[in-house]
Design a protein. Structure first.
Ligand code: SAM
Length: 442
């Protein structure tokens, strides 16, 4: 059994009151686990019968489910490789429910890696609008990008910028902003006992200062009339209610938002909820804030005409796709991208990825990228090798082997249960495997 610091237990007395012993008793039980379904790839109705383990519905997100603590190897399942779901602690999905994303919205996820909430936002956008995922730590932004590709996010941008830099350049651009802030992680104590050793009051207070500074930036990126959701995976009142109160004091153009969700326990602010192990989640706080005023139109979004070489690139894509995908083609050096329609090409904002990396010209030959295939459904492609749930070629493909393929010669999408998980080059009854080495299961 974990020993919790005395200072921490005193703080928790203010959060749990007479339920404190019940909270402490939770440390003897398994942590909660869950998945969130990715509607860019599959509906929950279609996915649930395919899953090789039982799930139960989570109250925190319309597409969230609990998975038993005993299930092993979920991340190695072909369904996971195909982007059907994201493994996510159930209460962590609550913040996106509060954000209320609608198709067509422009959404900023300011502290985004590894990408669970970005995956949810993209799923709620249903392929329309724009999601911009920023992660200040570069190495973590790469993990975010890899999750983007697995989930098949097309209308998205990944960047690794300081919040103040990004938000000042995109002032007033976003309809919704999520700040899932770095925190003291008290909600992680049951999953990760090492986090307990790092806990101190000084750390809590330092986190609160950093959270306020990130929120200042977020406020700038939000348009008038837009919605800001602040979340943490900690219970600390300083990092939660305290941050919200201070933010509202220093931002008279913001008001507390109205809670319409029925989950979680009330908090010291009317616009926030807290989920603890007593509500069947590891630990999350989320609050809604609204920016007053009417929507102000943002400057123009650049949409360029195709250059001659981009037209050549379009011809190459027409050998792979049934028809040219929506989005703007952009050639940068030898690399071809499909930009999101709402992408604001803003001077001074360097991004890691905008839209889909489609491929590269090498000595005048076009080599398509893995991410080009995972971003589209099987119906988009001229050639598809469709594998069903029990086809042994699915695992062989994910392991990097050549597999049988009786289709026409050329680049071929490989789909599993109706979701594209990669591609290969078909010739003479065999498919040369192009599944990226770093993603292979062996
Ligand atoms: N939203 C993510 C998800 O659902 O997968 C989890 C985000 S995690 C709670 C907070 C993130 O904030 C971390 O990835 C961390 O690297 C990042 N971060 C750390 N310091 C930061 C800062 N000063 N400004 C912005 N983000 C920061």
């Amino acid at each position: 059994m974990i020993t919790l610091p005395e200072d921490y237990l005193q703080e928790m007395q203010t959060v749990f009151g007479e339920e404190l012993p019940a909270y402490e008793a939770c440390f003897a039980r398994d942590a909660f686990r869950g998945i969130s379904v990715n509607r860019l790839k599959i509906t929950p109705e279609a996915l649930l019968p395919l899953l090789p383990f039982p799930v139960t519905r989570s109250p925190f997100y319309r597409d969230g489910y609990y998975v038993s603590a005993e299930e092993q190897g979920i991340g190695k399942l072909p369904l996971h490789h195909a982007g059907a779901f994201y493994v996510q602690e159930p209460s962590a999905s609550s913040a996106v429910s509060l954000l209320g994303v609608r198709p067509g919205d422009r959404v900023l996820d300011l502290c985004a890696a590894p990408g669970g909430k970005s995956a949810q936002i993209a799923s709620c956008l249903e392929g329309s609008g724009l999601i911009w995922s920023n992660e200040v730590v570069r190495s973590r932004a790469q993990i975010l990008l890899s999750n983007y590709e697995r989930m098949g996010i097309r209308s998205g941008v990944v960047s690794s910028l300081y919040p103040e830099v990004l938000c000042s350049r995109l002032s007033g651009f976003f309809d919704r902003v999520l700040v899932d802030a770095p925190c003291s992680g008290e909600g992680m104590f049951r999953k990760d006992p090492a986090a307990v050793a790092e806990w101190s009051r000084e750390h809590v207070l330092a986190c609160a200062r950093r959270q306020l500074s990130i929120l200042d930036s977020a406020a700038e990126a939000l348009r008038s009339g837009g919605t800001l959701v602040y979340s943490t995976c900690t219970f600390s009142p300083e990092e939660n209610e305290g941050v919200i109160r201070q933010f509202l004091e220093s931002h008279p153009d913001f008001t507390p938002g109205e809670l319409t969700e029925s989950f979680g326990r009330p908090t010291g602010v009317s616009c926030g909820i807290r989920i603890t192990p007593l509500e069947n989640g590891e630990g999350h706080f989320a609050a809604i804030l609204r920016k007053t005023g009417d929507a102000s139109p943002w400057g123009t979004i650049v949409s360029g005409n195709l250059t001659k070489s981009e037209k050549q690139a379009a011809d190459e894509l027409l050998d792979i796709f049934r028809e040219l995908p929506h989005g703007r083609l952009k050639l940068q050096g030898d690399k071809l991208y499909l930009l999101p329609e709402l992408y604001p090409e803003t001077a001074g904002v360097n991004v890691i990825r905008a839209g889909v990396f489609a491929g590269e010209f090498k000595k005048n030959r076009f080599e398509p990228a893995h991410s080009l295939f995972t971003a589209f459904p099987p119906s988009a492609f001229r050639r598809v090798l469709a594998l069903d749930r029990d086809d042994p070629r699915a695992v062989e493909f994910l392991n990097g082997y050549e597999i049988d393929c009786d289709g026409d010669k050329g680049y071929t999408a490989v789909s599993y249960c109706g979701m594209v998980m990669g591609f290969g080059k078909c010739s003479g009854g065999r498919l040369k495997n192009k599944y990226p080495k770093g993603l292979r299961t062996v």
